[in-house]
Ligand binder design. Structure first.
Ligand code: FDA
Length: 502
């Protein structure tokens, strides 16, 4: 428990954290990245780093006895989830009373488990959500920079039109068109050259091998291959894994002191370290960063933190649903796990919806069209500190998801009417058509310009920065990681130019 002192610490290793680590390292500042998950670089006994989605093992989930996949049943049968032994696996489902939140665990955070969809939000909506941020600079500099660094690309259209692996997206597109809805290609960070080699049989299948939410063994440009590789390459950045930051306080000399539990593969705490730093960058994600700061404020460790910490949370209006197609409209037993197309009805003033056309890569024909709808839900949740459990609890009632369901239903009722189809009621464990009790896009908790200044500097403290999805007030209208990355780039440029962080 000796207090090691480093100039800068970054907590977490997702998008916001990875940007901070790279830009600090490039500036010559010695930086320690502290991540609770493991490094996913070594093949296990089966020769694979990650397990597959169809036969998941302990690598799939963060200390669970059974997998908790978003689609829990098929024809109401519990055929999807598997018993596993607890392990620091790559996907976590954090359960709160009215909402559960999927997050990635490991070096790379959400980039290890997500679909790679890399969308820059429509400028008008970005300005509406974050009016304090100069949109000219974002759209002129930071969004292009983020996309370049992340390796964003669009599926080659000729291949998309011809491959069996995207038949499901083409079916969903023609049905959308029949309903008078617009579809768009959505960019992705997956390597489409690699995917075409998978299809040709000359590369090991990953996106075409039913891999995604428990990690892609090949093809995906996750952060460990982009920002984090570059950060480590500066020679100034080091990484501690299986290191869970439990508490943050401030020393009399102004440095921050972190209490860090080192855990082993069973989750047992093997040591507790104290790490001191001059500057602290929080990139533990909407849940992680909000919990650390809420705990610090409520326990009196950092008492001057804003009353806004813990407020302004939303799940980006996420709703998942499936439609049942006619037998003459098969969606294919071969489906790429990487989504490349969406229904863009965001300009519908009454029910704005941006719905990603999602795969159901079951390996058999299901006739299902699956969607992750992003809706404009004005409801916001609040985190409260549970002192007895020493955790942050998200207060989100099931009724708060109703606006999301209403918007998705309006759009997909229209789709079903135009195509004479119906919803699937067998996918989410009971008979619901709309899954509104989990989300992939947790946003907010430490909102930019409220809990922080307009650059992510925590109100009330010096050299304490927030760089992740907790800055975005609950909604961004598209899949969020490009926005998180671009905002982090903007924060780091400003902070390294103006503040004495080293
Ligand atoms: P992020 O959650 O990425 O990283 C936080 C990191 O901090 C994690 O590695 C965590 O383990 C670590 N951490 C947390 N608390 C800690 C503590 N106390 N101590 C140490 N470490 C701690 N988005 C998108 O744009 N396109 C997409 O296709 C998808 N698809 C998708 C699918 C699935 C299954 C999920 C779960 C999510 C998506 N997303 C997505 C969402 C996207 O992945 C998400 O918005 C970003 O990863 C959030 O980035 P952050 O930097 O905020 O944190």
């Amino acid at each position: 428990t000796s207090a090691d002192q480093v100039p800068a610490v970054v907590v977490g290793s997702g998008y916001g954290a990875a940007v901070a680590a790279l830009r600090l390292g490039e500036a010559g500042i010695r930086t320690l990245v502290v991540e609770m998950g493991r490094l996913w670089d070594a093949p296990a006994g089966d020769g694979r780093v990650y397990c597959s989605m169809t036969s998941p093992d302990r690598r799939s989930m963060w200390f669970k006895h059974r997998t908790e996949a978003p689609l829990s049943t098929f024809l109401w049968l519990d055929v999807i989830n598997r018993d596993i032994s607890p392990y620091p696996g790559v996907l976590d489902r954090v359960r709160y009373p009215g909402m559960s939140v999927y997050v990635g665990r490991g070096v790379g955070g959400g980039s290890l488990v997500n679909g790679g969809i890399a969308v820059t939000p429509p400028r008008a909506y970005f300005e509406e959500v974050l009016p304090g941020v100069d949109a000219d600079t974002m759209y002129g500099s930071y969004f292009p920079l983020a996309n370049r660094m992340l390796g964003t690309a669009t599926v080659p259209s000729a291949w998309f039109e011809s491959t069996e692996w995207y038949a499901y997206a083409r079916v969903a597109r023609s049905q959308a068109q029949r309903a008078g809805l617009k579809t768009v290609f959505v960019p992705n960070v997956y390597d489409f050259d690699y995917m075409q080699r998978e299809a040709a049989g000359t590369a090991t299948k990953s996106a075409l091998g039913q891999e995604v939410i428990y990690g892609n063994n090949f093809g995906k440009r996750s952060l460990d291959k982009t920002y984090l590789a570059a950060a480590l390459g500066t020679g100034n950045v080091t990484l501690h894994t299986l290191s869970h930051v439990r508490a943050v306080t401030q020393d009399t000399d102004g440095s921050y002191v972190l209490t860090v539990d080192r855990i082993d593969d069973t989750g047992a705490v093997t040591a507790t370290d104290e790490i001191a730093c001059r500057s602290l960058f929080l990139g533990a994600g909407s849940l992680g960063t909000t919990e650390l700061l809420l705990r610090a404020r409520e326990t009196g460790a950092l008492p001057r933190l804003s009353g806004e910490v813990g407020r302004g949370w939303g799940g980006n209006g996420n709703v998942m649903l499936g439609r049942a197609n006619h037998v003459w409209n098969p969606t294919g037993s071969h489906q790429s796990t990487i989504p490349v197309m969406a229904i863009d009805a965001w300009s519908d003033s009454k029910n704005p919806v941006f719905a990603e056309i999602a795969p159901l890569p079951a390996g058999i024909e299901t006739w299902v069209s699956l969607y992750l709808a992003i809706t404009k839900n004005p409801e916001r949740g609040t985190f409260t500190y549970d002192a007895a459990q020493d955790t942050a609890v998200l207060n989100w009632s099931s009724g708060q998801s109703a606006p999301s369901v209403a918007a998705a239903k309006a759009l997909f009722d229209r789709m079903n009417w135009a195509n004479a189809t119906i919803y699937r009621h067998d996918l989410f464990g009971d008979t619901r058509a709309f899954a509104d009790d989990f989300c992939y896009h947790p946003l907010g908790g430490c909102v930019l310009g409220r809990a922080t200044d307009t650059y992510g500097r925590a109100a009330g403290y010096e050299r304490l920065y927030i760089t992740d999805g907790s800055l975005i007030p609950g909604s961004i209208g598209v899949n969020p990681f490009v926005t998180i990355t671009a905002l982090a780039e903007r924060t780091m440029a400003r902070v390294l130019a103006e503040d004495d962080v080293g």
